[in-house]
Design a binder for this molecule. Structure first.
Ligand SMILES: O=C(O)CCC(=O)C(=O)O
Ligand SMILES: [Fe+2]
Length: 355
């Protein structure tokens, strides 16, 4: 019964737009889409929590609730070991009946189970501060972060004609685009991470270049952030999410890209359909990616329309793009800027001007 309920909850999650990149859901979604026999006819159960890490726990409680002959009583703390308490004594000498260990300790728990012996030293979790990713103090003090949680959404940031021309050239550039596909995160846990994703990327065209390097955009962004801002390069890029399930997983933008201007050029889906929205996690600035909690309460979902632009400290605010739906064609212009200290460094002349 426990396994059956777990599967039904998983199928419920897989059929929802929740957790686009949670590892076990990706193959499950593929099997459901293919009508695989082992999931055919499984009746989905709505998952009642915003934390999809606890599917088995929820399933266990539901299974216990359905078990008629059970009696109930409170478990005294001495019978429920928590975290490091699990490993404090040899397995044979442990009197507790419920052990709750954390998934970061899985290896330790397995070793304790296999050998029966307590580990010599139970590693302590490092204090939070040591885990935190470094943040430029200038960015930390920016009004965009302090007053607006690191992001702001604008309508008509670009003139209608500029937007139309950027869209036209983006559609043209698609044919020279590059597929980007990565099943699981690789690299580091901060701005050096490569997020799981599937999309096509291409360089922009002349209209996007002109908008990117325009003094008016720079002045606008400097006013918004209260910081020096410089385009990272001369060329922006375009992201295409055009096949069902194309997405970009949770990430922080790379080191040269403190500030990003993301403009939806095209999105054929209804505004109320969450497919292809941005999920931002502004409450978790400084957290290494694996410990960013992606539950409903932690995220801001933004389904932008084709006249809207998101301006965001993408190197600080963890974010992702939810998978697009079948038939949805989403095209986004991405412009990267250095901001704060790194922008000042690029403004400083490197040496004497060549004569
Ligand atoms: O394509 C998008 O909407 C967001 C892209 C993004 O976050 C990125 O390119 O770093
Ligand atoms: Fe990004």
């Amino acid at each position: 019964m426990l396994l059956e309920i777990t599967l039904r909850l998983m199928v419920g999650l897989a059929k929802s737009a929740e957790e686009p990149e949670l590892a076990p859901l990706v193959p499950l979604r593929e099997r459901l889409a293919a009508g695989a026999s082992e999931v055919d006819g499984v009746v989905p159960l709505g998952f009642p929590s915003s934390n999809s890490w606890i599917v088995e726990e929820v399933a266990l409680w539901l299974a216990l609730g359905l078990t008629e002959s059970l009696t109930m009583r409170d478990v005294p703390p001495s019978e429920a070991a928590l975290g490091g308490e699990v490993y404090r004594r040899a397995r044979a000498a442990s009197g507790w009946i419920i052990g709750h260990y954390f998934s970061i300790d899985t290896e330790l728990a397995m070793r304790w189970c296999r050998t029966g012996q307590p580990p010599h030293a139970v590693p302590r979790r490092r204090p939070r501060a040591a885990d935190e990713l470094p943040i430029d103090p200038a960015l930390a003090a920016s009004p965009l972060l302090v007053e607006h949680e690191g992001f702001a959404l604008y309508e008509d940031l670009f003139d209608h004609d500029v937007h139309a021309e950027m869209t036209r050239e983006a559609r043209e550039a698609y044919w020279g685009g590059q597929e980007q596909a990565l099943m699981a995160r690789s690299g580091g846990v901060g701005r050096d991470s490569h997020p799981p994703r599937r999309l096509v990327g291409a360089g922009g065209g002349d209209a996007q270049d002109a908008a990117y390097c325009s003094p008016s955009l720079k002045a606008f962004l400097e006013g918004l952030c209260g910081l020096a801002v410089e385009p990272t390069g001369r060329r922006g890029s375009v992201n295409y999410y055009t096949r069902p399930g194309d997405f970009m997983g949770l990430h922080l933008d790379v080191l040269e890209c403190e500030l990003v201007v993301l403009t939806v050029l095209q999105d054929s889906s209804p505004a109320e359909d969450p497919s292809g929205s941005w999920d931002l996690f502004p409450g978790q600035v400084g957290r290494p990616l694996p410990s960013v909690s992606t539950g409903r309460r932690d995220r801001r979902s933004i389904k932008a329309t084709p006249d809207q632009s998101l301006v965001m400290f993408g190197g600080l605010v963890p974010h992702r793009v939810r998978p697009v739906a079948a038939g949805q064609r989403r095209i986004v212009s991405a412009l990267c800027f250095r901001a704060g200290q790194t922008a000042l460094e690029t403004q400083r002349p490197a040496g004497p001007e060549p004569t």
